[in-house]
Write a protein that binds this ligand. Structure first.
Ligand code: Z5A
Length: 207
């Protein structure tokens, strides 16, 4: 059985990941691909519980190390119970955020040591890396405005603007480091233009 492809969708606050996830999923299904849609942190019962802990803005202050380890604990569950089984069965996995988000939020946003993140990435993932990462990029104010229109803010959304600037720059650094895997898409343009670009990026993988 041919192994499935692993596609991740990344970007800062409100850039349109969730909006485009169902579009990509339908596009793949229309091409006869069996795809599962999932997200991080989350994707399994335990990992979704960890997500609740991480996003709860009423929680006690979470240390940066605890935050980082909780992200990777959720990821370990997700890989073992969802991602790896699906890929081995030939299904494609479409995931809303993955480890590039850890480099961006914990590495960039929280200024945590990149070598520590890399070490955890190798420990938890072994050789597993996405086949394609679609990085939606927009000026921080655009994303924040879109997200704020939705109402109550979670623990990450309550951060200050320079945190999100660091997150954006860290994402752009990841894209520079891995140009073959990470495809950058300008997200501050009409949705139809964003989606045309997404199709351009997906097409080579389908052939
Ligand atoms: N996190 C972390 O720190 N470390 C990690 O390793 C991982 C995650 C994996 C949860 O993520 C938090 O976890 C996240 C980082 C952290 N915190 N933050 N911030 P999440 O993915 O659940 O949360 P999110 O980033 O807040 O997602 P979001 O705000 O839902 O953004 P989005 O999914 O990218 O946006 P959207 O909901 O699709 O779109 C927002 C609005 O914009 C919506 O009304 C759309 O209709 C509109 N939209 C979308 N595209 C367009 C265009 N092109 N034009 C106009 N309007 C648009």
């Amino acid at each position: 059985m041919t192994r499935g492809k692993f596609i991740t969708l990344e970007g800062g606050e409100g850039v349109g990941k969730t909006t485009n996830l169902s579009f990509i999923s339908s596009y793949l299904q229309n091409h006869g691909i069996d795809v599962i849609v999932t997200r991080e942190p989350g994707g399994t019962r335990l990992a979704e519980k960890i997500r609740e802990l991480l996003l709860d803005s009423n929680n006690e202050s979470i240390s940066e190390s605890a935050e980082l380890l909780l992200m990777f604990a959720a990821r370990a569950q997700h890989i073992k119970h969802v991602i790896e089984p699906a890929l081995s069965q030939g299904k494609w996995v479409l995931c809303d955020r993955f480890t590039d988000a850890t480099y961006a939020y914990q590495g960039g946003g929280r200024n945590m040591n990149i070598n520590t993140i890399e070490w955890l990435e190798n420990l938890i993932q072994g050789t597993l890396r996405p086949d394609l990462t679609l990085l939606l990029d927009a000026p921080v104010e655009v994303g924040i405005e879109r997200a704020r229109d939705r109402g109550q803010l979670d623990r990450f959304e309550s951060e200050k603007i320079d945190f999100f600037e660091r997150v954006r720059q860290a994402y752009l650094r990841q894209a520079e480091l891995y140009p073959e895997r990470i495809k950058l898409i300008k997200a501050d343009q009409p949705l139809s233009d964003v989606q045309n670009k997404l199709i351009d990026m997906l097409r080579p993988l389908i052939r």
